[in-house]
Design a protein around this ligand. Structure first.
Ligand code: FAD
Length: 567
């Protein structure tokens, strides 16, 4: 019998170590294996990823390609520029493919895409092999073990996963890879209907578009930021499996840090180095296997004895939270990322963006009276010019670096929603989607729901102060001085509340507190706070009480009440 001709489709797993799907492909003992990445127009034109995340992806692709070439000098990561739904049916025929193998993706777009590709494969007589490898436990299996329900707590996740068994031990990287086969692309290309073809000018073969499918130079090269039309990235964080494994080695070497890690005790204000692992972007792109991380940590914990920390605060506890969100999303489906149609997400009548009625030019009546004001607060939050230095520092760090500490994310998310602006969590999640290196649809939506008390967490009276929470970690305001240079020389006494600094102190520090940070911004100024935090906190608390108390949620026993408490 002829040996298999296999396409290995890299997507959420840009690595060679611990890849159950890659192992399944190699177990076929293929005659040829094409390691392929499809440059999907959905991601290029529709996904809201910023330049930093694209750069991180390119780092991961380049590193993976080099690692593939090290195992087989004839091979590399072959990037094809077309949506997989239209590309694969043509490749199946032109390359005489027998098998398509990939890692399972439970994100909503991923599911839809994979169903379409699997259907096309079936029609073409190509066998599809899918393996779970992105989470500790297969999210779909978790859902089944949880009776088809979403895992809305860590306890739920743990009890469902217990029925599956231990997290599988990681699989070693392959020692060699088969040659790729011939790669004819003499078929008609599919033009994405979303945007004009940005490579039209560069194509050398406009009639057929072969070069377009295979890249500007026809060599299946990895795309560049320039080709994608992005400006250079600003993030200092670099991607790739090699870096991920090196970073993991350094963490594991510090046995005490690894074994006694407790998330609530790590500082959101610490930078260079940060207080948590910063492995999330690697996990997002699959440059680091989550099972590799889990077992490397668990082995240290097992040998450390009773002083080791335990879930939920421990390092493995963080990974379990990750699985909880993935499994919740797998059960709820595409509506997981929004309130509408998501029966597990509470409806809160947030201030919505103001919209003008095109007929009258007036704000439509459907929206809350304060919506225009809240819209401005949202814009100031997004730009990092709220006038609250702790919030602004974090939002500027996020924009520049693409990563902020978990408790920093807590602070800014609480502030935008139930602890300040009363703006819909979905608007905040969209900003994170654009700016985060580690943007993970399940984790982002799930954590925003947690912070806004719309799902997973309901103690809405527990709030983050934009002043005292930061002070608790960083009295001198080093994080603020790093990211809000306007305030660099301000006395520590005023660094969290610069509007309280007397004019002489402002002058001495070379800054004036004035303006709103959006309009007619003068050099040497820092904006006034956009509201009185205590007033807003009380208004939000009252509104949340009403929203929770109006009987919308029937007999939900998790509804809680109380007076404001700082977290
Ligand atoms: P560590 O503390 O070192 O944890 C190790 C790993 O555990 C992380 O890399 C991550 O994969 C996982 N993890 C830790 N905390 C969580 C958590 N609460 N939920 C899910 N996984 C977790 N994380 C993302 O990976 N992608 C997102 O899009 C994302 N959006 C978030 C949005 C908000 C509003 C909030 C509050 C949190 C969000 N998180 C997200 C979770 C968390 O903040 C990051 O995973 C973490 O800060 C990454 O830094 P680290 O790798 O140093 O984490």
């Amino acid at each position: 019998m002829a040996k298999p001709r296999v396409i290995y489709w890299f997507r959420t797993d840009l690595r060679l170590h611990d890849s159950p799907a890659l192992k399944a492909a190699l177990d076929l003992e293929p005659a040829v294996l094409w390691p392929v990445f499809t440059w999907d127009p959905h991601y290029v034109y529709r996904a809201r990823g910023g330049t930093n995340r694209w750069q991180f992806l390119l780092d991961c692709q380049n590193d993976l390609s080099e690692s593939i070439t090290k195992l087989n000098p004839n091979s590399k990561l072959f990037v094809l520029r077309e949506g997989p739904q239209t590309l694969f049916p043509k490749l199946f025929k032109a390359w005489k493919v027998t098998h398509l193998v990939f890692e399972k993706d439970t994100d909503s777009y991923g599911r839809e895409r994979d169903e379409a590709v699997a259907e096309a494969a079936e029609k073409a007589g190509v066998q599809v092999i899918i393996r779970s490898g992105r989470t500790l436990w297969d999210s779909e299996q978790v859902v089944t073990k949880h009776g088809g329900k979403p895992t809305m707590s860590m306890t739920a996740l743990l009890s469902a996963s217990k029925k599956i068994g231990d997290v599988p031990r990681p699989i070693p990287s392959p020692k060699q890879l088969p040659d790729p086969g011939e790669m004819p692309v003499d078929f008609v290309q599919h033009q994405p209907d979303t945007k004009p073809d940005i490579n039209a000018e560069r194509r050398t073969n406009n009639d057929t578009g072969y070069k377009h499918i295979a890249g500007p130079c026809g060599d299946f090269a990895i795309e560049t930021l320039d080709e994608l039309g992005f400006v250079p990235a600003t993030t200092p964080h670099k991607g790739g499996e090699t870096r991920a494994l090196k970073a993991l080695d350094a963490i594991i070497k510090d046995k005490e840090y690894t074994a006694t890690f407790e998330k609530p005790k790590t500082s959101p204000a610490q930078f260079d180095p940060q207080s948590t692992t910063l492995l999330s972007p690697f996990l997002h792109f699959g440059a680091l296997s989550v099972r590799e991380l889990y077992w490397r940590v668990q082995d240290v914990v097992n040998s450390y004895g009773s002083a080791a920390s335990a879930p939920p605060a421990s390092l493995t506890g963080q990974l379990i939270f990750r699985d909880m969100y993935f499994a919740a999303q797998a059960a709820i489906g595409p509506h997981f990322q929004q309130t509408a149609g998501n029966g597990h997400c509470r409806f809160i009548p947030w201030h919505l963006p103001s919209r003008l009625d095109p007929a009258t030019g007036l704000t439509t009546g459907d929206y809350h009276v304060d919506s225009e004001q809240a819209d401005e607060w949202f814009r100031r939050w997004k730009q990092g010019v709220t006038g609250f230095p702790w919030i602004d520092a974090l939002m500027r760090q996020l924009r520049h670096d693409g990563w902020i500490h978990h408790l920093g994310r807590h602070s800014v998310a609480c502030f935008l929603t139930r602890g300040g602006c009363y703006v819909d969590w979905e608007r905040g999640a969209e900003v994170f989607e654009e700016l985060l290196l580690d943007h993970e649809p399940a984790c982002n939506a799930g954590n925003w729901q947690w912070l806004s008390c719309t799902a997973f967490f309901s103690q809405y009276f527990r709030c983050y102060s934009p002043i005292s929470f930061g002070q608790k970690w960083d009295k001198h305001g080093d994080l603020i001085r790093r990211w809000v240079p306007e305030l660099q020389n301000l006395d520590a006494k005023y660094i969290y509340e610069p509007w309280k600094a007397p004019i002489q102190d402002q002058k001495k520090a070379g800054v004036r507190v004035k303006g709103d940070g959006l309009r007619d911004v003068e050099v040497g100024t820092y904006p006034k706070p956009m509201f009185d935090f205590n007033e807003r906190r009380d208004a939000c608390l009252a509104a949340m009480k009403t929203a929770y108390g109006v009987g919308l949620y029937g007999d939900d026993e998790r509804v809680s009440t109380g007076t404001w408490r700082e977290m």
